[in-house]
Write a protein that binds this ligand. Structure first.
Ligand code: UDP
Length: 253
C-alpha cells in the first residue's frame, strides 16, 4: 500500500509556506494552488490538503493530533482573511484560497480532465443536493459518489471501504474541523484519493441549505459576520478570532 505523506511527522517534499502558529501556510494564488493540485492528481501518492482558517489554527494549539496533521499535510491554504492577514504581517504577498472556492475550481478541473470526485459529509441528503448543484454549475464534472457525514469515529474504516469503491481521485470531506481532517488522515491509506481535502460547511452552501454572503459582503471580508448572523450556533467560532489575533501577535516565529 502506498504510504500517505501526511501521516509522517515531517511535511512532504512539495510543502512550502510561511509558518503561522507553527503551521506552514501556502502563499500561492488560487491558480497556482490548482496547478499544484493538478500535479498531485497526476502523481501516485495520496495527499491531504488543509484549508486553514483562524479557528482551525486556534483549535490546533490545543489539539496535538490536529496540529500534527496541519504540519504534515501536503499543502495548507489560507482559508480565511485572518490567516491572510497573519501572512501579510510577515511580509508575504498572500491571497485567500478557501475551501468553497477550491471545490468550484476542482470541479472545473474535473470537468476538463475527467478526474473522479467523491463527496462525503453534511447531513443526510445534503451531499446529494450539493452534487446536483455542482453538476449544474460545472457541466461535465465527474462526481462518482456521495455520502452523508454523520457516523461515529468507530465506523471510519467501514465508511472508508464504502468510499474506496468509488475510486475517487479527488475527495471532498465536509464534516467540520477537526473531524474531517482526522477522518482523512485515518482513512486515506484505504481510500487512496490523490487529493483529499476538508471543506467544512461547503456542501451546506452548494446545496442551498446555507446562503453564501452577497458579493459586496464577501468583498468587505465580512462573510464571517454574515454567517454568524445566519447561524448563531457559529458564535463559538467567531470568539476564536480575537484569540487568533492575540496568538499571532505574540508569535515570535
Ligand atoms: N458535519 C458532518 N458530520 C458531523 C458533524 C458535522 O458531516 O459529525 C457537517 C455539518 O453538517 C456541516 C459541516 O460538517 O455541513 C460543518 O460545517 P462548519 O461550517 O461548521 O465547518 P467548519 O466551520 O468547522 O469548517
Amino acid at each position: 500500500m502506498t504510504s500517505v505523506r501526511q501521516t509522517g511527522l515531517s511535511p512532504g517534499p512539495s510543502r512550502t509556506g510561511i509558518p503561522i502558529l507553527g503551521v506552514p501556510v501556502s502563499t500561492m494564488t488560487m491558480d497556482e494552488t490548482v496547478a499544484v493540485l493538478d500535479e498531485f492528481l497526476k502523481g501516485s501518492e495520496p495527499n491531504l490538503i488543509v484549508t486553514a482558517d483562524s479557528s482551525g489554527l486556534v483549535i490546533a494549539q490545543e489539539d496535538p493530533d490536529l496540529a500534527e496533521i496541519y504540519q504534515a499535510a501536503s499543502l495548507a491554504t489560507a482559508d480565511s482573511i485572518g490567516v491572510v492577514w497573519a501572512l501579510k504581517r510577515k511580509g508575504a504577498k498572500a491571497s485567500r484560497v478557501s475551501g468553497v472556492d477550491l471545490v468550484s475550481k476542482l470541479c472545473d478541473l474535473s470537468a476538463a480532465k475527467g478526474y473522479r470526485i467523491g463527496i462525503i459529509g453534511a447531513a443526510p441528503g445534503i451531499a446529494d443536493q450539493a452534487a446536483e448543484r455542482l453538476r449544474l454549475l460545472h457541466p461535465g464534472v465527474n462526481i462518482v459518489g456521495t455520502r452523508h457525514g454523520y457516523f461515529p469515529c468507530d465506523d471510519d474504516e467501514v465508511v472508508a471501504q464504502e468510499v474506496k469503491v468509488w475510486e475517487s481521485e479527488i475527495l471532498f470531506v465536509a464534516m467540520g474541523i477537526p473531524r474531517q481532517e482526522k477522518f482523512i488522515q485515518k482513512t486515506l491509506p484505504i481510500i487512496q484519493a490523490k487529493v483529499a481535502l476538508g471543506v467544512g460547511g461547503s456542501f451546506d452552501v452548494f446545496s442551498g441549505k446555507v446562503k453564501r454572503a452577497p458579493k459586496i459582503v464577501q468583498r468587505l471580508h465580512l462573510e464571517w459576520l454574515w454567517r454568524l448572523l445566519s447561524n448563531p450556533k457559529k458564535i463559538h467560532k467567531v470568539k476564536m478570532l480575537p484569540k487568533f489575533v492575540c496568538l499571532v501577535l505574540k508569535d515570535k516565529e
